[in-house]
Design a protein around this ligand. Structure first.
Ligand code: ZN
Length: 315
């Protein structure tokens, strides 16, 4: 059920590991692990969200950086939240990939069907608790990381407002744009009006690098400060950025059988020619739908029901 499907070391380098977050539990909003600072001056309400996935530690580093440093907005409102702390607290050094989630993927349940539904899990309870926090934000930065050490990238619905902000910030310099959503559920950044073409408000995921690397945590801090500066919450010089590369999501492949295998070793950003075999899943073949199909976030283990890989093409 959980055999490796990509050639990665069984025990990744753990440069960053969880720290005790109990000091952040009380917060100041009545919702655990949610901290809010109101400047009293006009400006947007920006949410920096960490730990949507429990083992994506860079967000925890960025959020604690803000809170420990006493960050206060010069304008508008800043909210800092630690989302799936229950999964985070399940971290096991010997199985560091297992604390992504406990039951549900916290980042696929942000539709009314799930949030108003009758199912229950630690993730659904936490999403229901955080629903007003996400809904209240004008602009959302959701901090993530990847299992493979691929280059960092943005993920966002293909709305002009999102592209404008991500391009202006320019770091990461790679963008995965979603013309019609994720295809496997509703992520935090598509909750409510943030999922509507004319809903208003920027909502971006930053995938900052491999889960446990210091460079990933360092980038998450920089992206967070850039995001806050972009919306005028803090003063910060924006440096010139390297050329941007944008990709359009074509299809999200979900693993159907434990036999899922990639046709060749992949870590992300490999290109496939039209019709080329990307993977097999039991009897099914996953072939490239176009020339220069570029893959994002290949799964490292064949876990049925989880995303296998994202198929994109360069824009
Ligand atoms: Zn994630």
């Amino acid at each position: 059920m959980r055999e490796p499907i990509a050639p990665i070391s069984e025990q990744p380098l753990l440069e960053v590991v969880p720290r005790d977050l109990s000091a952040y539990r009380a917060g100041n909003t009545g919702i655990p692990y949610v901290h809010r600072f109101v400047s009293g001056r006009p400006g947007p309400h920006v949410l920096v969200n960490a730990l949507t996935h429990g083992n994506e530690l860079c967000g925890m580093v960025a959020a604690t950086h803000l809170l420990d440093g006493g960050a206060r907005p010069a304008a508008g409102t800043l909210t800092v939240s630690f989302a799936n702390v229950a999964a985070y607290e399940s971290f096991d050094r010997d199985k560091p990939f297992d604390s992504r989630q406990l039951v549900h993927n916290f980042n696929r349940v942000w539709s009314p069907e799930w949030l108003d539904g009758s199912e229950d899990s630690p993730e659904l309870r936490r999403a229901r608790e955080l629903r007003p926090v996400v809904a209240a934000a004008d602009h959302i930065l959701d901090l993530h990381s990847t299992s493979q050490a691929a280059q960092p990238f943005w993920v966002y619905p293909a709305f002009e407002r999102n592209a404008a902000a991500a391009l202006a910030i320019g770091r990461p310099s790679v963008h995965m744009v979603m013309p019609s959503g994720l295809g496997s559920g509703t992520p935090v950044i598509q909750h409510g009006r943030h999922g509507e073409p004319d809903g208003g408000g920027v909502a971006l995921v930053a995938e900052c690098g491999q889960h446990f690397l210091q460079a990933t945590a360092d980038l998450a801090v920089e992206v967070t400060l850039d995001f806050l500066a972009h919306f005028g919450l803090i003063e910060r010089e924006v440096k010139p950025r390297e050329a941007q590369r944008r990709f359009e999501l074509l299809q999200t492949v979900v693993i159907r059988t434990p036999e899922f295998r990639f046709a060749r070793p992949v870590v992300g950003f490999e290109e496939f020619g039209e019709g080329e075999l990307i993977a097999t899943d039991g009897p099914a073949e996953i072939r490239s739908p176009c020339d220069r199909c570029t893959i994002f976030m290949p799964a490292r283990a064949a876990i049925v029901g989880r995303e296998a890989v994202y198929l994109t093409r360069p824009l």
